[in-house]
Design a protein. Structure first.
Length: 276
């Protein structure tokens, strides 16, 4: 069996591959990586007899040292892990420049070309921002509840759009384009629904990720954007990202199983370089 782990800020993703069968598991990240944590996660596995390859990536994975029992731990750079996993899931060739957006607790942009990966930009705004603002403004950090509220709401209840500001479109920007995120709140006295606030939070994060990604793609003359990570599981965030990117002429790819691209990528990189 081959195993890889991506230690995220919010969620830890685990990939187990036995022959051609790949299993994905996830658990909340409640503590930093340590030998004792590995013992908890894999209490049913004998590393000495059951594990051929063990790869790790993500936050503080270097804390784990070089071995677990007698099995070597292969440490994989996070950028290479995300890049390799995203390219594998997307099915794109990578001959031309591609921007990979790792949309997790924060947002990172990675330039991919000819099998090489380089971190080129990013922002602290991401899924963690959705959870943090939702706790402050909605009193919840439950992703399912937040997604439900956002689906029922409308960001125009909290955002100023171009039609509010200049009474119509500007150039290629349609009249319903966001002009000021949460800009309407200071101008109205009536109570604002939790649903509209949730929609506004998700829209803010999605649009921010799109602005960063499209700017980077333009700079590096990339024609494709691939989005992976768990944040696109918020449907409203995915829609906001798509809409904002389309204004700049991009149609992002959201590959299936993109939430565990980094864990998969760690496994793929380790298989290529088992001695690292």
């Amino acid at each position: 069996m081959d195993i890889s782990i991506d230690f995220g800020i919010t969620v830890t993703d685990i990939i187990k591959r036995d022959n051609d069968v790949i299993l994905h598991e996830m658990t909340l990240s409640k503590e930093e990586p340590s030998p004792s944590l590995l013992s908890q996660l894999f209490s049913d596995i004998n590393f000495k007899s059951d594990v051929n390859l063990f790869a790790v990536t993500g936050g503080k994975h270097l804390n784990l040292g070089d071995k677990i029992e007698s099995t070597k731990i292969v440490h994989v750079n996070e950028i290479d892990a995300v890049g390799e996993g995203a390219m594998n899931l997307s099915g794109l060739s990578g001959k031309n420049p591609i921007i990979i957006v790792s949309a997790g607790s924060g947002t990172a942009c990675i330039l991919a070309q000819d099998g090489n990966f380089m971190h080129c930009s990013g922002t602290g705004v991401g899924g963690g921002t959705v959870l943090g603002l939702s706790k402050l403004l909605l009193g919840t950090t439950d992703p399912i509840e937040i997604a439900k509220l956002a689906k029922e709401g409308n960001e125009s209840g909290v955002d100023l759009i171009l039609e509010d500001v200049v009474s119509g479109p500007i150039g290629e920007l349609p009249s319903d384009t966001t002009a000021v995120n949460f800009g309407k709140i200071s101008k109205i006295d009536s109570e604002i629904s939790k649903q509209d606030i949730a929609a506004g939070i998700v829209n803010l994060v999605g649009q921010t990720a799109a602005r960063i990604a499209t700017s980077v793609a333009t700079t590096f003359k990339a024609s494709e954007i691939v989005v992976v990570g768990r944040s696109p599981s918020f449907n409203g965030l995915k829609n906001s990202l798509e809409q904002a990117a389309s204004i700049m002429g991009f149609s992002p790819h959201f590959p299936k199983n993109g939430e565990y691209a980094s864990a998969l990528g760690a496994l793929l990189v380790a298989e290529k370089n088992p001695s690292d």
